[in-house]
Unconditional design. Sequence first.
Length: 412
Amino acid sequence: MASDLLIRGGRPHGLAPADILVREGKVVAMGPCLQPPPGVPVEDVHGALVLPSLVEAHTHLDKSLWDMPWHANTAGPSLMDKIDHERHARRAWDIDPQRQSARQVALSVAQGSLHILSHVDIDTDQGLWCLEGVLATRERCRALVDIQLVAFPQSGLMRRPGTLALMDQALTMGCEWVGGLDPYAIDRDPKGQLDAIFALSQKHGRPIDIHLHEPEEMGALTLDLVFERVRALGLQGQVTISHAFCLGSARSELVEPLIAELAALDIAVMTTGPAGWSAPPLKRLLAAGVRVSSGSDGVRDTWKHYGNADMLERATFLGLRNRLTTDADMALALEVCTHGGAQVMRLHGHGLAVGKDADLFTVRAENIAHAVAAHPPRELVVRRGTVVARNGQCLHLATPSPDPIVFTKEPA
Ligand SMILES: [Zn+2]
């Protein structure tokens, strides 16, 4: 898939006009008036803003209802209501994980997200069915997108015996991450769940990503238990806390020590910039040196109809939620949706610079703040030097209705 390409007439990072020369999938030169070597195709982007690929650092590829018939959301209000409702709807509504994950991948690629960190439900009803479907999509889409997977005990770990063994198996099948979920609120056994997932992490040598919706003291207590284990096991840099609503508490005496410890133990935080929940304070986290990533979370699933997998629009949401109004602060929102996610996923080739992977997109905007404010359609998306989407459409993955998902054209 690594290709040669000259991108002519763009403005990398919104700075001075510069051409970008790509050889074998890597950026080898950036500057004015570059000449294409013989045989290298040229894409003239006519003054567009050129940015590094977006990073979708928290989603659920196995459960989107995208392009499926509309199902009225009748799930109850509590977290457990939604979890139970989803588990039953999966088969009843034919939410096929392979078909639906491919649809969401196409949506992501079309919008310039070329790296996806996805949780996949592992439970005693579905077994490994969801994982098998997403693994098939990952294999099919390998040329289009990097996908890392989290074995995620969505229905609880301690409350559903048998789940731990399935998680163990999921890690041998290709999951790169160990997932966790509200050790108090869902499992009512914080020590049990955390000991179990940290043991899995140790056994397989894999990082951990914990969904933590628990508010205020409950969330703070769980974080303390996580800190203890990271310290004892030397897992600095290996843990991400997703959502971390407790960090959105208005009580600084609760939040500030937690932020200091997150920074000291190099524990990352993922925030979607949620409208309806307390949200971690993005600027304070970044100022403390905490790695921060973002993601769409569910994209039109049984939990909520909202979501479109657009990580440039997600930067808008982060900006709104965190009152990021200056151009410099708005650039921070984009940074979280690009570099922040790349840091969490350890994507060493990410970034729009000489020597990095040629994973980028162009957008009709004057500068980064304009792109964050307006999130216009992506005109061109390039993956390792190959054009994979144009004018908001993924070129290589079609999703005819119903099955099967097929490539319309093999990537070069
Ligand atoms: Zn999630």
